[in-house]
Design a protein around this ligand. Structure first.
Ligand code: ZN
Ligand code: ZN
Length: 97
């Protein structure tokens, strides 16, 4: 079994939210576009793209914050309600996918 095909667990910094990626991501990249800079407040965003049905919430709950995005339809960023760390997001163009 390839290391990328194993489940990967993650979570926020206060450990209220825990999640599992049941498979590896489709790809991982750094995006330096202006919108990634705006949404993160950093020089680039580190993204792991994965199908939504492969991501399982194990513990806690998330607040979904609709953040202005390049498409104009908003990016739904799921954050821990306690420490406010972003754990995943959904692009409007992909629906719930
Ligand atoms: Zn937290
Ligand atoms: Zn970008």
């Amino acid at each position: 079994m390839d290391a990328l095909d194993r489940p990967h667990d993650g979570g926020c910094t206060c450990r209220f939210v825990r999640y599992r990626m049941r498979t590896g991501p489709l790809f991982v990249h750094c995006c330096h576009c202006r919108w990634c800079q705006r949404e993160t407040g950093a020089s680039f965003a580190l993204n792991a793209m994965i199908e939504a049905d492969r991501v399982v919430l194990l513990e806690g709950e998330v607040d979904i914050v609709v953040t202005p995005s390049n498409s104009g339809r908003g990016q739904k960023i799921s954050r821990c309600p306690r420490c406010r760390i972003a754990v995943w997001s959904n692009y409007a163009g992909a629906g719930s996918g």
